[in-house]
Each structure stands twice: as C-alpha cells, then as structure tokens.
Write a protein that binds this ligand. Structure first.
Ligand code: SAM
Length: 290
C-alpha cells in the first residue's frame, strides 16, 4: 500500500487522506490549503529552494508543499499546530526519510532548539504559509530571534506584503516593516490569487521572500535598543517623537529633546518619518543613556 502511494502525486494522496480521515478545515487556524503541485513547484523555484538546503517549514497543512520540499532538499522540519492533520501528513509523507513534522504552536516553539536538533548548527531556510493573523508575529519572531536563517519565503496577504515592502515616509511604513527592513530585504516573488486556495480566503496573497542580511547595511550598536527605538518611533503615530520617547523610555521632556538633539534630529519630528539611518543614530544615543 505504502509503496503504491509513493508513485501517486502528493496532491492526490493529500486529497484522499483528508477525505478518509474526515478532515474539516478550521477557519480559526487559517486552513486555506494549496494543492496544485505545479504552482507549489513554481513558488519553490522562485524561492530558489534546492538540494543542499535545510528547511524549517511552518504550517504544512496537508503536506503537499512539504512533500515537494522533502523531494528537493536535504532536510525538512515542519511545525504544525493541528494534531488532526497527523494521519494525513503521515500518509502524504510516507517513505520520506528526510522530513519530520513536529506538532506545536510556532509562536511558542523553541525554534533554536528545533532547528539545531533537526537541521544542524548551520544556516537554514524558512518556508511558511500561515494564517494571516499570525504571519507578521511569526516573521518578527524569526527575524529578531538571532537564528541562523538565510531567508524566509512566506505567503502573506497582499496588503501585508505592501506594508512589509513600504519604505520610510510612505503611508504604509510601520514598526513591523522597519524591524523587518533592519534585519533583511523583502521582495515579492509571486502574486497568488485567492482562488488557488481551498477553501478560497477573502483576500489575495503574495509569496514574499525576506533575505536576511549577513551584514546589515544599517547597523545600530545594539539590536535590542534598535528594536525599542523602532517601537517608540511608532508608539503614537500622531504625536511628536519627543513625546513617544518620554513614554517609551520614561524620560523627562528635557531629556527627550536632548536625545533628539544629540541624534541630529528636529525637536518637532515625528517618528514615522525617520529613515533607518536616523533610527539607528537615535538608538545609539539612547544606548549611551540607558
Ligand atoms: N502549507 C499548507 C498549504 O499551503 O496548503 C497549509 C497552509 S494553511 C494557510 C496554514 C497552516 O498553518 C494550517 O495547516 C494550520 O493548521 C497551521 N497553523 C496555524 N497556526 C499555526 C501555528 N501557530 N503554528 C503552527 N502551525 C499553525
């Protein structure tokens, strides 16, 4: 039975297994699945996922993408929150020795330990198709965690992609975009219309790649302070940055103005207009004080 299944496409195996196990998708877990192997192959081609790669996959669902990854790469470890997918994934991935699925919440999982134990000490790549409501949090968790991640290829809501790609001064520019821009460079690889998913969500998607910098083009003295500075810059968008600094770092009005002056910034400036270089300069001034 198992051997016979290996020659059958992963899409068919997944569809049959979902049916056999009476699986019903959970809207609350963002279970909009991709079955089209042509599309999934094209997405992985665009992401450049190949032979030597070690991949952390988040949200394998019924495992059609996971099976493609296992065929292409040296090693795959996938994190799936829904235990009900276990029998489906066991069927779809049967006979594939280089893939392991761990049933856990990617937001709580010890990514460092899981990647070390399953993918080794070296750099690894991340592929994810997650519920849209946690995608940004997962991206921030991965980007700021200090893991040896080469890049993250992720399916995001089209609007989220626009926010992530926004630049300083643009309307969409926000704290999450600034944090991701500090650690890496994002580009849209492919737009994916909603009707490619089953069931179809209410929004279109974009497959995005964030290449993590080995050497950041803008480097603050302390990454932790840079993150706090970005958070402060966007704390209250309509307020002046001096007010946000007071609130975020418990500074007096005079101290906040002195910090801005030392960083070469106008006392009236708003946080959302700062460039990455200005944010880093501000972060470095704050590092000397706090
Ligand atoms: N990758 C599959 C595909 O393309 O067909 C499934 C994508 S589906 C949009 C999202 C998957 O993430 C679901 O299987 C869901 O159960 C899983 N998921 C949701 N929240 C999760 C979490 N916090 N940690 C790990 N997996 C999660």
């Amino acid at each position: 039975m198992g051997k016979c299944f290996v020659s059958v496409s992963a899409e068919l195996r997944a569809r049959v297994a979902l049916e056999q196990h009476g699986f019903r998708t959970a809207h609350s877990l963002g279970q909009n699945f991709l079955f089209d192997e042509g599309l999934l192959n094209a997405l992985l081609d665009r992401a450049g996922v190949t032979g030597e790669d070690r991949v952390l996959e988040i949200g394998p669902g019924p495992g059609v993408m996971t099976a493609q990854l296992a065929r292409r790469c040296e090693k795959v470890v996938s994190l799936e929150i829904d235990e009900k997918l276990r029998p489906v994934l066991e069927t779809v991935l049967e006979g594939m020795q280089n893939v392991r699925v761990i049933y856990c919440d990617a937001m709580k999982a010890d990514i460092g330990r899981i990647s070390r134990e399953n993918l080794g000490e070296g750099p690894f790549r991340v592929v994810a198709n997650l519920p849209y409501y946690i995608t940004t949090d997962v991206l921030l968790r991965l980007a700021t965690g200090g893991y040896p991640i080469r890049d993250i290829s992720v399916m995001v809501q089209k609007e989220a992609a626009q926010r992530i790609l926004a630049r300083p001064g643009e309307k969409q520019w926000c704290a999450a975009a600034a944090v991701l821009a500090y650690f890496g460079q994002a580009q849209v690889l492919e737009e994916v219309p909603r009707d490619r998913f089953e069931p179809a969500p209410h929004v279109d998607s974009a497959f995005l790649r964030i290449e993590m910098y080995e050497e950041k083009p803008v480097q603050a003295q302390r990454d932790d302070m840079m993150l706090k500075t970005i958070h402060a810059a966007f704390l209250m968008r309509r307020k002046k940055l001096s007010n946000n600094l007071k609130a975020a770092f418990s500074l007096s009005g005079e101290q906040a103005l002195a910090v801005l002056q030392q960083a070469g910034l106008s006392p009236d400036i708003r946080g959302e207009v700062l460039t990455m270089e200005e944010l880093a300069r501000l972060s470095d001034v704050l590092s000397t004080l706090l």
